[in-house]
Design a binder for this molecule. Structure first.
Ligand code: GRF
Length: 189
């Protein structure tokens, strides 16, 4: 069975949505490990509660990105990970991880890329008074939200929307779209 690793820095609602789809057997894969750069994040707490293996680290404890990514690569190899799923991992992937996993790392971003790259894509869409935004799943390269797009789904923005209501609507789309794309990739490879 194929093995995936999920990388998350914060809440981890996508991580939990994917985990549910594995438990339901919609996704035929094993969640080998949750990797996090925030040991105190909700994502790590939830992984521990569910007895999912974790590797959480404090970036500042390492001399540079290469050093912690080398350790991550070692852990991923030990767990025989086939696909890396970034789900709210708030760091650019560096050359060390890319060298080993390029083409096997995907990310989800809350906008219709190439619109609203980088941080706070939801805030960017609201500030632009856009009437729609969306969700993109893409391969990860060395840039910020620049890799090849795999799937996109749009999401309307209503006049009365607040950040919270829009984020909720976007998350709902993410929790369906990400497992769907992962399923497709696992079946392809
Ligand atoms: C999601 O909106 C995702 O698109 C972005 O970060 C957010 C993570 O949310 N990359 P969560 O931690 O999965 O709840």
């Amino acid at each position: 069975m194929k093995k995936i690793a999920i990388f998350a820095s914060g809440t981890g609602s996508n991580f939990l949505a994917i985990h549910e789809k594995i438990k339901e057997k919609y996704l035929q894969c094993e969640l080998a490990i949750l990797v996090s750069d925030r040991p105190k994040s909700k994502a790590v707490k939830n992984a521990n509660l569910r007895n999912i293996d974790t590797f959480s680290f404090t970036p500042k404890a390492y001399p540079n990105k290469d050093a912690f990514e080398k350790e991550i690569v070692h852990i991923l190899k030990t767990h025989e990970v086939d696909l890396i799923v970034l789900a709210g991992y708030m760091r650019l992937i560096g050359p060390t991880l890319l060298k080993h996993y390029e083409g096997r790392i995907i990310n989800i971003h809350p906008s219709l890329l190439p619109l609203y790259k980088g941080k706070d894509a939801v805030g960017q869409a609201l500030s632009a008074s856009a009437v729609q935004t969306g969700v993109t799943v893409h391969y990860v390269d060395s840039g910020m939200d620049t890799g090849t797009v795999i799937a996109q789904e749009s999401c309307p923005i209503y006049d009365q929307d607040t950040r919270e209501t829009l984020e909720t609507r976007i998350h709902k789309i993410e929790h369906q779209l990400y497992p769907k794309v992962i399923k497709q990739l696992l079946e392809e490879k």
